[in-house]
Design a binder for this molecule. Structure first.
Ligand code: FAD
Length: 265
């Protein structure tokens, strides 16, 4: 809507992919080796990244020890995955987003095309899930071989609405699926748990951060196309998580109060 009103939007980098789930015990073994399971050790956490062909980067994001995969769609007819851990971090599975970067060059630097791409993926995931907000899922061994099967073993998917077997690679452009296969293979060399063929991938993860940014003045933080509007936080393209959104909110509130607060003269 803001784009339609000719407010100044630009593309910004974001990433797409899926959630990978492993047994937390296997992640712990990969990280702690013989000491895995020792009560003094916290649940194992990891962060992986790999430069792949085509100048892209595949990386893990929002790793949730002992957590669950969440349903995070914000539009009817779309499926989006996310993840979270409860404080105890005592779930059976560890999960993390495994995503590949995209940027303005993928969309002719057109913000409308970037948003349309994100929406297209979410709707494709909804259709592949078979409706009712079930999510498409595939085991890693199958994804790497392009079999389109959910060959469940030790890892049971935690996505709360249920999952539907799917060829996840077919939901993404070929170069992005190829990049994710290359990234997952490289992760297997870095962290043994990532070699498990029965790890579960559930998709699609499309909301790592906003695909667009609403431009604002660097000093007064007001939109360059509309005085009095303070683009702020994640949706406007100025944050990528709880802390950065909170800090940006405080900065914008302080600027807004200079003009409109009770202390303004
Ligand atoms: C399952 C899940 C797990 C996450 N885990 C983490 C984590 O561990 N660490 C981390 O850093 N980040 C995490 N995030 C991301 C984090 O929640 C966001 O980055 C952060 O909340 C963004 O803050 P925000 O204030 O910019 O936007 P939001 O928190 O989305 O706030 C936007 C607000 O605007 C309201 N709103 C929207 N449209 C309208 C309208 N038209 N009129 C009035 N109000 C409206 C919404 O209701 C909402 O309250 C997670 C997200 C999810 C979904």
């Amino acid at each position: 809507m803001l784009h339609g009103l000719a407010l100044p939007l630009e593309c910004k980098p974001f990433s797409v992919g899926f959630r990978a789930e492993h047994l937390q015990t296997e992640i712990d073994k990969s990280l702690y080796h013989g000491a895995a399971g020792h009560p003094a050790l916290p649940k194992g956490e990891y962060q992986l990244s790999q430069h792949v062909s085509g100048g892209r980067c595949v990386y893990t994001f929002c790793m949730c020890p002992g957590g669950t995969v969440c349903a995070a769609a914000s539009e009817a007819g779309g499926v989006v995955t996310n993840g979270m851990s409860l404080h105890a971090r005592d779930g059976r599975n560890a999960n993390a987003a495994v995503v590949v970067s995209v940027d303005g060059s993928d969309f002719d630097n057109d913000p409308a095309k970037a948003v349309a791409f994100q929406r297209r993926l979410e709707q494709a995931a909804y259709r592949a899930g078979g409706g009712n907000y079930l999510a498409p899922a595939e085991t890693v061994g199958s994804f790497l071989a392009g079999r389109g099967a959910l060959e469940l073993g030790a890892v049971q998917p935690t996505y709360p609405r249920g999952v539907t077997p799917c060829d996840l690679g077919s939901l993404l452009p070929d170069d992005l699926s190829g990049a994710l296969r290359e990234g997952l293979t490289a992760f297997g060399r870095k962290l043994a748990a990532y070699r498990a063929p029965d790890a579960v991938l559930t998709g699609l993860e499309t909301r790592t951060s906003s695909p667009v940014r609403l431009l604002r003045d660097k000093e007064n933080l007001q939109c360059t196309g509309l005085a009095g509007l303070y683009p702020c936080g994640e949706g406007a393209g100025y944050a990528g998580g709880i802390m950065t959104a909170a800090v940006d909110g405080v900065r914008c509130a302080a600027e807004l109060m200079k003009n409109w607060g009770p202390m303004a003269d």
